[in-house]
Design a protein around this ligand. Sequence first.
Ligand code: 6GU
Length: 225
Amino acid sequence: MRITVLTLFPAMFPAILNDSIIKRAKENNLVTFEIINFRDFSSNKHKMVDDTPYGGGAGMVLAVEPIYKALTSIEGYESALKILLTPQGKTYHQSVAKELISEEHIILICGHYEGFDDRVREFIDIEVSIGDYVLTGGEIAALTIIDSVVRLIPGALGSKESYENDSFYEDTLDYPQYTKPREFRGLKVPDVLLSGNHQEIAKWREEMKVKRTLERRPDLHKKSN
Ligand code: 6GU
């Protein structure tokens, strides 16, 4: 999979992309990244990428031209899935992450300031938001999408880290987990987990998944039944 990011803040990416599972996926050639600063595509001598809004009002609006130029400079951009990150987009879910792994190439376009010149919308395929709150820019949303997609690429996780038990994998939350010690400040690990009875353990985990989902996310429970 190939992931291209258009951003004005490329320095926000390396810490996340060069660590942990994403780093390993890169090293194993499961994913490649290109981070492009679309400021480099400004034809303005001051390298400006935004301007005051037509019609007046506060703040600055990202201009369409540098984004268009950056986008069309990407090799093979025509066939890539072009995703605009904006709080006005469709809310991101695990189901979208699962769909995105079948794409060969995705382009994530991060905005900033008061928003994009609306004509940017003519050159993209989908708009995505990661939830109903306001971020300063699309970078954290792009990293959220990258992280959630890369871990689903076959081979990205070691067998021990399989995602099939993850919360949301089947529209349920995960079961509770414990590790040593058996008792901490009077808090005990459930007996069944120490029983060695794998069938009983699997049954308990399945029950706990349902219980947790019902208690915490009844909306999810409805969706999966
Ligand atoms: Cl994708 N961008 C911004 N700026 N804010 C957001 C968002 C995206 N998703 C939720 N809030």
